[in-house]
Design a protein. Sequence first.
Length: 79
Amino acid sequence: MKAIETYLRFYEDQLFRLWDNMSPMQYGLILLAVGTLGWVLMKSGAGYTGTIGGAKKSVIVCVALVVGRLGYRFVTTYF
């Protein structure tokens, strides 16, 4: 378990190092990718009337966890 935690911590640190040293072009590409992904997800859910399917629910949960972790890291680092 300690090995998995160490690997996850390493990749988390690498991600934040990349995020902190991002150029405007890289930031723009991320915004485009997020916008495109959002558009595709909205188009695929155009006829949505029921409960969230397993795959969509997994994506939503993963995104929420990543965003929550990034927000926590940002707040604890800069405030």
